[in-house]
Design a binder for this molecule. Sequence first.
Ligand code: NAP
Ligand code: HSE
Length: 435
Amino acid sequence: MSANSSQPIRVALAGCGTVGTGVLRILVQRGDELYARSGLRFEVAAILERDPTRPRGVAVPHARFVRAPDELDELLVDGSVDVLVEVLGGTDAARHVALAALEKGLPVVTANKALIAIHGRELFDVARRHGTCVAFEASCAGGVPVVAAIQRGLIATRINAVYGIVNGTCNYVLTEMLEKNRSYAEALGEAQRLGYAEADPTLDVDGTDSAHKLAILALLALGADLDVGAIDVEGIQSIHQADLAIARTLGYACKLLAIGLRTDAGLSLRVHPALVPLDHPLARTRGVTAAAVFLGDAMDQLVLSGSGAGSLPTAGAVVSDLVEVACGNARRDFERLPIFREPNRAPPFVPAGDMEYRYYLRCFVDREPNAAAITNILASARVDVDTRTRPDADSVVLITRRVREDDLRAAVAEVRKLVPEPPPVVLRFVEPNGE
Ligand code: NAP
Ligand code: HSE
């Protein structure tokens, strides 16, 4: 599809929740401003939504509402729309409508990282066969234009690491817990109310959403296979307020990081809570802000940060893709960039257990003999302890030297024989080079 300036581009909007409503607001209420900046007019011709009566605060007089994906199929086939925006979430109905559009030769714009991370290869293949494209800027870090940065500004750079905070909900929760002393449940409830969280917020807090985003970033930046299963994932559910506070006294901030790293042995992809020095840009990334750090051969560090979630920032990224699609740029990128054409000769993945880190371990012991016994267990498991402190009467914090992940895991299994519950809190220190 390429824009004909006299005709508005007719959009089918699948999903009209947090992001969909933002897209409506931009296209309907800021249509003139968008026209002034892009020379393009968009008309929302169809909306797929289970409950069309839900108040949205935006009038869409020309839109036809449909309630089920099958009904939308008919509109995609009968020539009444030019492009599909998929912001339903999930993968079943989303895949269904995306495939229906692509098979009709219509471009698809999506904010849905699960869809791209899990079904991206299939969608790219169908798009290519039907001479159209898939655009997904909003999928990786909300309103932060990381996809465009990789595909354009960094196209000549060999990216060796991409890592950062890609889930706004988790960063919001951790920030609220530390700075406002809010409970985990209270902070998560607020993130849901503000429209940051996924429909099922477990996907945010257990690290799955970050893993979906990392799979996409690693495909684009590191030439990885699109394979969420290759990512080692931990969430933030077992982080306590005390750990955030202790980390700060040690000179670190605790953040949920998604990390993609090129190593001599292959690619290491992982998502886990990590301790970063307080003077690092990620430590200063607070609230719903997301931030991605790129390290490349021809440049120092590039940090992109901004609103990682929320209605308008994400909708802004969706609409930027709509403009790229309408100008024909998205289709050209799709044809030009090999990553969309074929599973490339991707480097192998490095097993998580082979990586080495310094670790923070907080074990829950109220008796000094047990604290001493834990230190001995670690020593016999080849885990060197650098410092040992007792932040309170009920726990001991051990900071290790660099050790292999497998050795650390074996040591923790031994510790749990002595103190089965609660399990120790285990955090990795991440260095500024992403290791
Ligand atoms: P949302 O608020 O839950 O909106 C999704 C809308 O689609 C809801 O109104 C839902 O209706 C409707 N829907 C879902 N499945 C449907 C079906 N089979 N038939 C008809 N209607 C259906 O979700 P969102 O926050 O806008 O997120 C949408 C997508 O954008 C997700 O993939 C998400 O990961 C991504 N995203 C979100 C953000 C953010 O800040 N929220 C940022 C970046 C990317 P019901 O409510 O009735 O289920
Ligand atoms: N739930 C996601 C987040 C939405 O909090 O980051 C943005 O992708």
